[in-house]
Ligand binder design. Structure first.
Ligand code: SF4
Ligand code: SF4
Length: 113
């Protein structure tokens, strides 16, 4: 079994939590986050989520996810796409995906490409 720390160690640079948009939350993500925050979904929708039609994202503040504060403050309730990053399965299918993701994330050891 591969030891993940051999190919990735987060430097906590925060790059993946920055930007004016965030990942989208599916129903499972929303339920997990609601449990982790121990708040009602209606309160979370108002305080933390940006809802546009069927799309639910996290709000951003000062160019980063509302939960970012030198690290993820909703760690156990973070969306699955955040938990998966940067070891997205697509990096195994296509070297270009690996290059793109590894250029964004300083935690990936480049020599495994
Ligand atoms: S971009 Fe990579 S190294 Fe930086 S915080 Fe995100 S996962 Fe960690
Ligand atoms: S939920 Fe956490 S890991 Fe995901 S973008 Fe926000 S701060 Fe980053």
């Amino acid at each position: 079994m591969v030891d993940v720390s051999e190919i990735f160690r987060c430097t906590r640079c925060g790059f993946c939590c920055h930007g004016e948009t965030t990942v989208s939350l599916d129903q499972e993500d929303r339920s997990r986050m609601t449990r982790a925050l121990n708040m009602s979904e209606s309160a979370i929708r108002k305080k933390y989520w940006r809802i546009s039609g069927k799309s639910v994202q996290m709000k951003t503040v000062d160019g980063h996810c509302i939960f970012y504060d030198k690290g993820c403050t909703v760690h156990s309730g973070r969306p699955h796409r955040c938990a998966q990053w940067p070891l997205h399965p697509s990096i195994l299918d296509d070297e270009n995906n690996f290059i793109t993701i590894s250029e964004s994330c300083p935690g990936i050891k480049k020599e495994i490409g």
